[in-house]
Write a protein of this length. Structure first.
Length: 343
């Protein structure tokens, strides 16, 4: 089955297509991306401005057309916090239905955390032990903790890089006072969940997903994305701390020339770095690994598991005590088979 996942986010509408089958890894065969740039279109009342809504409709229309040309069998479309939290989201959803021919699902922050955890758990496997998963998006940050298929804890906090850039860093480059206030706000918000996470105990491994962490890891010297998903990418807290002042002292146009920083995300990478450092400091994380799988892969895996469960039910007969007969050639002639005791 050819499955497509369309993620309508704050920076772009991204289509990822995989040739999917139960038990196989959902590695992409095609990827299509069109800019939405919603960070520039959020108005004071929380609505998306008309020009931003137009960009969303056009981007989704183009990605849906690409899905049709690629002969996608099933297309899952979802919108993350940038559209989900907009005060005019109902109007945008209606336009997407009428003009782009698709009705996206609005995932909750907890849904995002659980699906991202599912993808990360599958990538690293059961031997990874207890995982703490961190994801910084445009509008929110998701945190999940667990050792089983489902996380023990999954939360979403309003600490997205785009949201915080609009609220705390209006200047480009930002002032020292703006940076200080953002650090204070990030630490204060993280305290809402830090005690609970510490009470749950230390994870065996800390994994980050999302473009923010990938960009920071690339700045710190991690391999480029073109080297593939199987290359280990690691990020240390000390590297994040060293890069924050370097990113904050130059305007977005100069940040976009740094390795791993795209022009669309150059404006919000400072806020993303501050949140990343705050969560690593608050939870006493000295280093973490960056996962190649995140929310989109989690949606595909969830669908495959659901299909497999419905179409291939496993029935087990109750086991009864039976006498096991050995082949005659396997038993020496002078050995007598002992009767199986009755139970």
């Amino acid at each position: 089955m050819r499955i497509g996942v369309l993620d309508v986010g704050s920076n772009s509408a991204q289509l990822q297509v995989v040739e999917a089958s139960p038990g196989a890894p959902p590695l992409p065969t095609h990827a299509v991306k069109h800019a939405t740039l919603l960070g520039e279109a959020i108005q004071p009342d929380g609505s998306i401005a008309p020009e931003g809504a137009d960009r969303v409709i056009e981007a989704v229309r183009d990605t849906v057309a690409a899905a049709r040309s690629l002969q996608v069998d099933r297309l899952f479309a979802f919108a993350t916090s940038a559209v989900r939290d907009a005060s005019n989201r109902a109007e945008i959803a209606a336009r997407l239905r009428d003009e782009a021919g698709i009705q996206p699902r609005f995932l909750t922050g907890e849904d995002e955390a659980r699906l991202t955890y599912l993808a990360v758990r599958r990538w690293y496997g059961w031997s990874a032990g207890r995982l703490l998963v961190l994801d910084i998006g445009g509008g929110s940050m998701e945190i999940a903790l667990g050792r089983d298929a489902q996380p023990e804890l999954a939360v979403s906090l309003p600490l997205g890089a785009g949201r915080l850039t609009r609220a705390f860093l209006p200047d480009d480059p930002p002032s020292k006072r703006q940076l200080r206030e953002l650090r204070r706000h990030s630490r204060s918000t993280l305290r809402e969940v830090s005690d609970r996470l510490r009470w749950e105990g230390d994870p065996k491994r800390v994994i980050a997903s999302s473009k923010t962490f990938k960009q920071l890891a690339r700045l710190a010297g991690a391999p480029a994305q073109r080297t593939g998903p199987f290359v280990r990418r690691r990020l240390r807290r000390s590297d994040v701390a060293a890069w924050i002042p370097r990113l904050a002292e130059v305007p977005a146009a100069e940040r976009a020339r740094l390795r791993g920083i795209s022009e669309a995300r150059a404006r919000q990478v400072v806020a993303g770095a501050i949140v990343a450092h705050a969560v690593m400091t608050t939870l006493d994380i000295t280093a973490l690994d960056v996962s190649p799988w995140a929310l989109r892969e989690g949606i595909i895996l969830h669908h495959l598991e659901t299909v497999m469960h419905q179409e291939q039910p496993l029935t087990l007969d109750s086991l009864q005590p039976v006498e096991v007969l050995e082949p005659s050639f396997a038993r020496p002639a002078n050995v007598t088979k002992m009767p199986v005791p009755s139970t």
